[in-house]
Design a protein around this ligand. Structure first.
Ligand code: NCD
Length: 354
């Protein structure tokens, strides 16, 4: 039994198996309709959501299980000052699996330390969103029959876009992947994501501020919205620049390119693109339900008891990230891991620890 906090908590083999299972569930839903009878999924959502929460709930009901939870912080005892640790302990009593979305980076990791049931990260601040990545990978695999040998353009807010962080982390593990990172310089990808790809993978990055420059080379174009709600005070006053995908812009793109977006879209994809045969973002949302069914079922089928990962912190060191749950809730133990560059990073949010 394990938590899914980061997409790297799953091996590529486990991801492949989940994608296969999702396809089987879609083809034969009746075979799975009683597989979670008597089990309960808790959705603890401290931030707005349409697709992620409802697809998790739809997934659990379609497996024959039950759901409980809340969709706003102010309807739980957290509004009275209850900690993530106590919330996780209590919800573990009432449910078999927890899905948590939180505005603080690392909050689902913190919940996983205290919950006795598996915790799934449904988005933690501007950090990670592993189950959106499963949805993205499922869609890419369906389109191309593979996850390697692809040129993937990822456009928009790469600084705060948690779906882009998890997608890039996942793609770094496949062979011959070229990532074209398209963002205004002020919203470029944080360094901790650009870690060394595993040896022999032949993954390359290029960074550009132009949506047009590499358009003709892309197999996948992943559009995202600017995450204004995560901007700090100084960022709010500036205009970071904006990308809008229109039929005109798509003229130079490959015929078989596939356009993805985790949604919600604001105006980064014009509605005129919806009827383009390359638009796949609504199908992507549909895959989200089946891949989450596969994930719930596989986590609940694992009979091993949950182990808390080992990790310690040299005394006196603290995470420097004010958006990290270990900063917000100072009673949480500081936990660190050594990064490839030998610096110490926070286990909750991957920021530096000093
Ligand atoms: C995304 C999220 O919440 O990070 N939405 C989603 O889960 N499909 C993307 C976003 O909010 O921009």
């Amino acid at each position: 039994m394990k938590d899914i906090i980061n997409i790297l908590d799953m091996t590529t083999r486990e991801i492949d198996a989940l994608i296969d299972m999702a396809e089987d569930i879609k083809a034969y839903p009746e075979r799975y309709s009683e597989t979670c009878r008597g089990r309960t999924l808790a959705t603890l959502f401290f931030e707005p959501s349409t697709r992620t929460r409802l697809s998790f709930e739809a997934a659990m009901y379609s497996l024959g299980g039950n759901c409980l939870g809340f969709s706003q912080e102010n309807t739980s005892s957290v509004a009275k000052g209850e900690s993530i640790a106590d919330t996780a302990r209590i919800v573990s009593i009432y449910s078999d699996i927890i899905v948590m979305r939180h505005y603080a980076e690392g909050a689902p990791y913190a919940a996983g330390l205290y919950a006795t049931v598996p915790v799934i990260n449904a988005g933690d601040g501007g950090h990670n969103h592993p189950t959106q990545t499963l949805t993205d990978l499922c869609t890419i695999k369906k389109e191309f029959g593979r996850l390697d040998r692809l040129t993937i353009g990822i456009c928009g807010d790469l600084k705060y876009g948690r779906t882009t962080h998890s997608l890039i982390s996942a793609m770094l593990r496949y062979d011959n992947v070229r990532l074209v990172l398209i963002s205004p310089p002020s919203l470029s990808l944080p360094d901790y994501i650009k870690r060394e790809p595993p040896a022999g993978r032949n993954v390359s990055f290029v960074e550009t501020a132009s949506l047009d420059e590499y358009m003709g080379e892309l197999d996948v174009l992943y559009m995202t919205r600017i995450q204004k709600e995560r901007f700090d005070q100084s960022e709010r006053s500036g205009a970071p620049g904006k990308y809008i995908l229109t039929p005109e812009k798509l003229k130079g793109a490959k015929k078989e390119m596939c356009i993805l977006h985790p949604l919600p879209r604001v105006d980064e994809i014009s509605v005129a693109v919806d009827s383009d045969p390359r638009a796949r973002y609504f199908e992507e949302a549909e895959h989200g339900k089946y891949i989450r069914m596969a994930l719930i079922l596989s986590l609940l089928s694992d009979t091993q008891t949950k182990k808390t990962p080992d990790c310690e912190c040299p005394g006196g060191k603290k995470c420097v990230n004010k958006k990290c749950i270990s900063y917000v809730e100072s009673t949480l133990p500081q936990r660190v891991y050594p990064a490839p560059d030998k610096t110490l990073r926070c286990c909750y949010c991957d920021a530096d620890v000093r």
